[in-house]
Write a protein that binds this ligand. Sequence first.
Ligand code: RUQ
Ligand code: CUA
Ligand code: CA
Length: 648
Amino acid sequence: MKPNQSFTTLCSSLPMHPLTPPSPRPGERAAGGRVRGNRMRHLGFALALLTPLTFAGCNSDSTAKQQKAAAQAASAAQQVYVAPGKLDEYYAILSGGQSGSAFVYGIPSCRLIKEIAIFEPRAGVGYANNPGSESYKRLAATGPMWGDTHHPVLSQTDGRYDGHWLWINDKGNDRVAKVDLRTFETAEIKLVPNIQGAHGLAAYLPSCKYVFVNGELETDAAGNSTDAEKYRSVIAFLDAQTLETKFQVSFVGNADIASSGKDGRYVFVTMYNTENAMSSEGMIERDRDAVGAIDVPLAEKALAEGRFTKINGVPVIEYEKVSGVLTLIPVPKNPHGCNVTPDGKYVLASGKLSPTVTIIDAKTLKVVAEPEVGLGPLHTTFDGRGNAYTSLFVDSQIVKWNIEKAVKGGTDYIIDRVDVHYNVGHTKAAGADTSYPSGDWLISLNKLSKGMFLPVGPGMPESQELVDISGEKMRVVAAFPSLPEPHDAVMIHRKVLENIVVQTHELQPTAVKLGEEKVVRNGNKVDVYMTCIRSKFVPEQFEVHEGDEIKLHLTNVETVRDMTHGIAFSRMGINLAVDPGQTSETAFVAGKPGTYWYYCTWFCSALHLEMRGRLLVKPQGVPLNEYLGPLAKEDKARRATQKGNVYE
Ligand code: RUQ
Ligand code: CUA
Ligand code: CA
């Protein structure tokens, strides 16, 4: 395919039409073998359509093949087998896409370990599901209760992951969040002003002083008009810790995917709508779009010199006014992925509509090569041995190629191709965005799973594949499903997090101490300071008046890992979860008079079901009992006089 091949032609090779033949299943090859070119492939597909199953008969050759396949499957199984109780080598953190969260898998076993709730409520872990809770208020204060997470980014020190932070963007509502890797919980969320379609996200290297995020969708943030003539996009630089937007660079066009140079000078973004068009046809009009290089020290200088306009409280540097702040490097039309090589020498723009990857010198900003790699290149990742791995959306392949060989202009740069299932978007090798990738595992994040898993209706799970890249040839060793819809992933070795992940939460100043539980009333406001420990809530009962505003402060006073308790209030819409050492707060209004049980939602001990208590709502004006227990004695006395028990 030529770079200027029309969009329609490209689309026709996407798996949309019912007549499009199915891609091969794992272990099979596309008819015609390895894809060598567009024509070849289409010819191959056509033949496959005309001559289905011609060679399906049995012969000794196929027996040998079967044996070989069985042996391969067995050795792949061994590679990903992690015995029960044994730990995986890597954490893979996958963005959750429109699930608004992030998924944590163990690699190589591909076992799901955790979902990190970020932009969407998760009742199971008591995240942002009660309007009175802190996590709810923080999320609601920044926008809607859902998100579209795309790009997980890990913090680095000296070119290696340091295991402190994970940043992730919400393309849907223009937010960035920070996850604390001590607890794998969301620590901060901020709305980014002046931006729409906050898409590409990366940390500014080597310092990680900023994370920067790209406005993919053009607007008139200054005037709120609908006049496309006034549309601009911004690249926003956020303080990596507070996520406050420090400054932005605005320009006409858009910015898609982000990657940072390694020496503190440039950061890079791919731009597919340099046309500033408002129609999909218009966005593919130009033969060439661009990679934008932002000179960060120069932007900081302009900022210090006051060469900016304040829009919605944020200093915005207009690129026309500060020469050199944004350099546009022409690349074939509508590029997508943007990836800086581990040594910081090159930035690679994946062609998407062009079968090429453009290699740009990250210092001189000159294009040094444009090797052809296959159809629909989206993202590129690295092994630290000088090789690049590019995802090919249309070809449903990962292609391995050598960067220096491609730069030298030879034809021998392609090393291997492997089929993935199906239509891969992002791909990421372990440590690929650090200076020291480990070169062992790669994840292929596929957009369609088709027949890969048990059918569950018209919609199917997302599909990831684990690829062994330690050898010359790549090898797909496992496939695993996930919820919708991971875009990108990062892998971090468990050793990095060994002494970082905590066993219990640090007690917060707001923690309720064992023995200091109390109910504090102030008019119709009632603060309930409660503890929980196997297998009791204290207080086990408390009384309020109808309409009272209850604020619950709940501390889990357990001191051992994994003893999580939850508290649900029947018919009050309240559900919290507290991990050992953690304090959670929520607020709600007491409903109609009556008895409302609260109970533990996490199975914590043999007395888990008995771990419950009563909220007693009395009519206004009725005196309240302040006695908070322990009520066991009273309870016994009452039972001694009670008739009608099933045992009597
Ligand atoms: S983008 S493949 Cu956010 Cu590439 Cu999804
Ligand atoms: Cu505490 Cu179940
Ligand atoms: Ca374009």
